[in-house]
Design a binder for this molecule. Structure first.
Ligand code: 5AD
Ligand code: SF4
Length: 445
């Protein structure tokens, strides 16, 4: 009987995608996958290292698996960014772990697991690679309409707060040919909405010199017959040439939404973060985007970065008020070992001040998002039926072009996953639109 593997994923969409790669790699080597941890011979955790609370969640989970290991034999493996970041230190402090594998080492994972299962010894692979893009491996995707395609991996920006260059290594792009073949395969299997993924997705440059920059690739994926919508995440504001803005503005199947991480609205803090733009050049980019019409913007912000004063924070607050993003993720600064900020700057903003700033930005953004969404009441939006709503299996859920969640009662119209439907918006909260499918009315004679 094959060994059964259970995988739990933490972190970003790239981690979700990597779990799909790992599932595929394991199945090819004769492992079986199980959604039930009680039946598993191997328990794997794909981990995140971006903030300290990501670590804390992993340690919490490990404690419950440790209890499981005390009553039966099971191999425990930690994959992903935290494995890469802490390496042997993690094995030494948590001997309950049998296997460690970093994001570039998944091809070795089946051998590591066999080793641990059959010889009962710890094993690890945490070498970063300059080349690994898992190009020829087709991830094992969840059924439905949504699929991710990783087009590049790693990051060379070294923003001073960020651990990603250390956990995911140097930036490398997948050949365009492999990406486009994958998009065709996805379309043939019924996937309609594709999200292109990369730590720095818009600095994509095809290594085989076939002339694909990110704008051309985005457009080419959106031209694949059967693909109805293309999104991308996460970009950096430094790589938005006009040609890319034009593709987002004009290609009928590229979603009119750009995630544009701001991080801070204060020039001194931006310089310390190593972000390579200023408050004003960021504003100029927003203006260039908005000049091209109605394109939704979302962002990431870090509150309480090293030396952030009340004045510096209010620059961020005022810029968020001015720009009126559709949505924003606000994070409390969390010092990460090995990063430039950890080496050079004091983590000197008291925790209570960080929390207060996060709350203020969060409240501001909630009001802005609610305002955007309420303005849509009475209008019609087009969505793909993606699946059940999170809160009720009696409702369907989809997203607008601008990436706002839309929910409606299933009983209102006979629909299936993958259908394209027009919804009239009846009500709105800061995060969700509620509506009714628009059916063509037969005139009464
Ligand atoms: N502390 C807090 N937030 C962070 N991010 C990245 N590193 C840190 C950190 N050390 C945030 C950034 C990034 C998002 C994915 O996570 O806003 O855009
Ligand atoms: Fe977390 Fe970043 Fe790694 Fe994604 S790439 S899992 S966000 S540390």
């Amino acid at each position: 009987m094959p060994y059964r593997v259970y995988i739990q994923t933490f972190g970003c969409q790239m981690n979700e995608y990597d779990t799909e790669l790992v599932r595929s790699l394991l199945r090819d080597r004769g492992f079986a996958l199980t959604p039930n941890q009680d039946q598993a011979d191997v328990l794997l955790m794909n981990t995140c290292a971006i903030r300290e609370n990501a670590h804390a969640r992993v340690y919490g989970h490990l404690a419950s698996w440790k209890a499981m290991k005390q009553v039966r034999r099971v191999v425990i493996g930690v994959l992903g960014c935290m494995a890469q970041n802490l390496k042997k230190e993690l094995l030494d402090t948590h001997p309950v772990i049998d296997v460690l594998a970093g994001p570039d080492a998944y091809r070795h994972l089946p051998d590591l697991l066999v080793h641990a299962l059959e010889r009962q010894e710890q094993a690890m692979a945490v070498d970063l690679s300059e080349y690994e893009t898992y190009d020829a491996i087709l991830p094992e995707r969840k059924p439905g309409v949504n699929a991710w395609i990783a087009i590049m991996r790693g990051c060379d920006n070294f923003c001073s707060f960020c651990v990603v260059p250390y956990t995911r290594g140097r930036e490398r792009s997948r050949p365009a040919r492999g990406i486009l073949e994958e998009a065709h395969t996805l379309a043939a299997r019924g996937y309609k909405q594709v999200t292109l993924l990369g730590q720095n997705v818009n600095s994509y440059g095809s290594p085989d010199h076939d002339g694909y920059d990110f704008a051309r690739l985005l457009s080419a994926v959106a031209d694949v017959p059967g693909i109805e919508r293309v999104r991308f995440t996460s970009p950096h504001p430094k790589d938005f040439p006009p040609a890319l803005l034009d593709v987002v503005a004009h290609h009928p199947r590229v979603c009119r939404h750009i995630h544009l991480p701001l991080q801070s609205g204060n020039d001194r803090i931006l310089t310390m973060m190593g972000r390579s733009y200023t408050r004003n050049t960021y504003r100029d980019l927003v203006a260039a985007i908005r000049k091209r019409g109605d394109i939704a913007l979302s962002t990431d912000i870090i509150a309480g970065f090293c030396t952030e004063t009340d004045e510096a924070f209010s620059d961020t607050y005022e810029l968020v008020r001015e720009i009126e993003f559709q949505s924003a993720y606000v994070f409390k600064y969390s010092e990460r070992k090995h990063t430039i900020a950890w080496r050079k700057f004091p983590d000197d903003v008291p925790d209570a001040v960080k929390s207060d700033r996060v709350t203020r930005l969060f409240d501001l953004q909630r009001r802005i998002s609610a305002g955007h969404n309420r303005r849509l009441i009475g209008s019609e939006v087009t969505v793909l039926v993606e699946g059940h709503a999170k809160k009720s299996s009696q409702q369907w859920m989809g997203h607008t072009d601008s990436n706002v969640t839309v929910v409606w009662d299933k009983s209102a119209a006979p629909l299936a996953v993958g259908d394209r439907v027009t919804i009239r918006v009846d009500d709105a909260s800061a995060s969700t639109l509620f509506g009714t499918p628009v059916t063509s009315l037969v005139p009464v004679v």
